[in-house]
Design a protein around this ligand. Structure first.
Ligand code: K1U
Ligand code: ZN
Length: 179
């Protein structure tokens, strides 16, 4: 497993539409392992492959809450999840707000409204097809990650003013880190 760099705005690869995966094989599982390690290290609760420069339709996620006293890398409290070629096959009409963040737009948080419940179809780590309902943070996070597969960031759901300010803030932070 390897830690990979997470691309941040305004990197052009983040705007690419990711390609479907042909086969869930050991090469793809190695990519998913790298993604999960990178997500845990960030730390984050989700990651799309395009965020590490691989525009393929793969997402990892772990929404498990860690007990206060658990060590950072406590494997026992992990609940990694893998989504290959995910599709939303149904969504609720009611919307739910969530104050979202994104590892590709560090230190920016804002409220986004999305369908409160979705039904998903995807391939898991073994390449088996799964259908499942998502609600709460799971529904929010999978929709945020599936937006990444279309080249859409959560700031694209905000006003142009807020989006431009967010990108400018990330650029400025990167400049001062590099100095
Ligand atoms: O960049 C990403 O796509 C990951 C992103 C996922 C997400 C967060 C909130 C709403 C929707 C999608 C993050 O993980 S941002 C970091 C974060 O939320 C977090 C980090 C540490 C502990 C708990 C949460
Ligand atoms: Zn994101």
């Amino acid at each position: 497993m390897a830690l990979r760099d997470i691309l941040t705005v305004p990197h052009p690869v983040l705007k690419q539409v990711s390609k479907p995966v042909d086969k869930v094989d050991d090469t793809l599982r190695a990519l998913m392992d790298d993604m999960l390690e990178t997500m845990y290290a960030a730390p984050g609760i989700g990651l799309a492959a395009v965020q590490i420069g691989e525009p393929v339709r793969v997402i990892v996620m772990d929404l498990q809450e860690k007990p206060e006293d658990a060590p950072e890398d406590a494997e026992g409290v992990r609940n990694p999840r893998y989504f290959v070629n995910p599709e939303i096959v149904a969504k609720s009409e009611d919307l739910a707000p969530y104050e979202e963040g994104c590892l590709s737009v560090p230190d920016i948080y804002d409220e986004v409204l999305r369908p409160a419940k979705v039904r998903l179809r995807y391939l898991n780590y073994q390449g088996e097809q799964v259908e499942e309902d998502a609600e709460g943070l799971f529904a929010t996070c999978i929709q945020h990650e599936m937006d990444h597969l279309e080249g859409v960031l959560f700031i694209d759901h905000l006003s142009k003013l807020k989006r431009d300010r967010a990108v400018a803030k990330v650029k400025k932070a990167k400049k001062s880190e590099a100095a």
